[in-house]
Design a protein around this ligand. Structure first.
Ligand code: AMP
Length: 443
């Protein structure tokens, strides 16, 4: 494994992990933290909820185990019950995490147990009834034990959902939410997934994480993506309005969701789209709850096919059949972007998302692509070609090169001549005086 390729290489000791963990790391032969460990460990040590995209083989297991174990070592045990619960989709993965955890706690007094289907139920029951600090489990068996009210997650300090995308693909979504619902609401939650552009992962993140940070690390050459991402360049908002109407009239979709960055613009778009005989509704934070509920019902029932929304209003929107998301405005950052596109696609379906990008938004969308480690597909709509074709030159980062220092355009000579000509024509006519008593030239 490539241990590190980021700008500021950190060592394990500079991550200020507890001494017994550093000893274990040394014994295991880890020399330097991998990129996912470098980015995630400091944030997890700050007790932040985190959504991380990292692939198997990136060192992700130690990325969540090390700071979790550090936390358990630093804070003395206060109450009964499991302190850290790690959920994994398969027995094999649970076993790998278990082994790594055993190695990492070798020089501590911490205890770890594993709960997976197929193993002795009684032994697992005993293990949970004795105090076990860290429990690694697959969701199914945990639920069976929960039916008998055996596990105690009331005082849980850390909940980790590993390979969340796989857990969702395997149909564990409800089970995971059910288990999370029985855990201490004040816990820290870490959600690891191979991809961020998986509709279920973002919905899950909405439900289980609080004020979370995002660490995106993988290159996403994975098969989990079910959302195709495109962008169309546009001259200005008027051009965007035409593109939007065209897309809504020509794309195939069950339900479309259009995002704007402002409530005003959301309102402004509705009229012209209705004029195109599209069934459109608007959802934003200024509407009272009754109107919002009514709008969501109309959208859910299919009475309106297009919903124009702002970020805030769309948070937690969980409606089936949204398979087209259009970003009329490019969102302000990568996290908003994934929340928006997370509204589309279902586990077994494909979704399409299209961003309309004017020149002032180019750097924003290229930053989002860098953040997600993805390249969106450029799409041209022949019927509505505009003047703006994207930046002439690009920096290595994908941002537009050389816009800032562009000299202001000179006014054409012709205009001056025109003024003089009019002045001459109006000789003898009364003209409005300006403040300083002079006559005003046309602007
Ligand atoms: P994972 O992505 O967690 O499945 O880890 C893949 C492999 O990398 C496992 O065998 C780990 O023991 C190993 N590993 C994790 N972190 C490091 C590191 N910092 N240096 C070397 N190997 C590591």
């Amino acid at each position: 494994m490539q241990p590190n390729s980021t700008d500021t290489p950190l060592t394990f000791s500079s991550l200020s992990l507890a001494e017994p963990l550093l000893l274990a790391i040394q014994k295991m032969g880890y020399e330097q933290p991998t990129p996912v460990q470098q980015k995630s460990i400091p944030l997890i040590l700050e007790h932040k909820d985190l959504l991380v995209s990292a692939e198997t083989g990136s060192g992700k297991t130690a990325a969540f185990l090390l700071p979790t174990l550090d936390h358990l070592l630093t804070l003395p045990l206060q109450k009964s019950g499991t302190r850290a619960l790690i959920l994994a989709p398969t027995r094999e993965l649970a076993q790998q995490i278990f082994k790594q955890c055993q190695q990492l706690i070798e020089f501590t007094d911490l205890t770890v147990g594993i709960i997976t289907g197929g193993d002795d139920f009684r032994l697992q029951k005993n293990m949970l009834q004795r105090h076990t600090d860290v429990v690694i489990a697959t969701p199914g068996r945990v639920l069976e034990l929960m039916e008998q009210e055996i596990p105690n997650f009331e005082n849980l300090e850390v909940l980790v959902l590993d390979e969340a995308d796989r857990m969702l693909d395997m149909g564990f979504s409800e089970d995971v939410l059910n288990i999370a619902g029985h855990c201490n609401p004040l816990r820290q939650t870490l959600l690891f997934s191979a991809t961020l552009t998986h509709f279920g992962v973002i919905k899950m993140a909405d439900k289980v994480l609080k004020n979370h940070d995002v660490v995106a690390l993988n290159t996403l050459h994975d098969g989990h993506r079910n959302i195709e991402q495109q962008y169309v360049v546009a001259d200005d908002n008027d051009h965007k309005k035409k593109l939007l109407a065209w897309l809504l009239l020509n794309e195939t979709y069950d339900k479309a969701l259009v995002f704007t960055n402002s409530r005003l613009l959301a309102d402004e778009l509705r009229g012209p789209l209705r004029g195109q005989k599209l069934r459109v509704g608007v959802l934003h934070g200024e509407m009272d709850q009754k109107d919002r509920n009514r709008m969501m019902d109309l959208y859910r029932n299919g009475e309106i096919k297009v919903l124009i929304a702002t970020d805030l209003a769309a948070r937690g929107l969980d409606i089936r059949g949204i398979n087209l998301v259009i970003n009329f405005d490019v969102p302000r950052n990568g996290i908003n972007y994934i929340h928006r596109i997370g509204r589309t696609g279902r586990i077994d379906e494909l979704g399409l998302t299209i961003a309309l990008v004017k020149s002032s938004e180019w750097n924003l969308i290229s930053g989002i692509q860098r953040f997600l480690k993805q390249t969106f597909k450029r799409r041209n709509i022949k019927e509505l070609e505009g003047k703006y074709k994207g930046p002439k030159k690009l920096k290595a980062s994908g941002k537009a090169a050389g816009i800032k220092n562009k000299a202001p355009e000179k006014k054409p000579e012709k205009e001056k001549i025109k003024v003089r000509h009019r002045d001459q024509k109006n000789i003898g006519k009364r003209r409005a005086p300006s403040k300083d008593g002079d006559t005003q030239a046309p602007k």
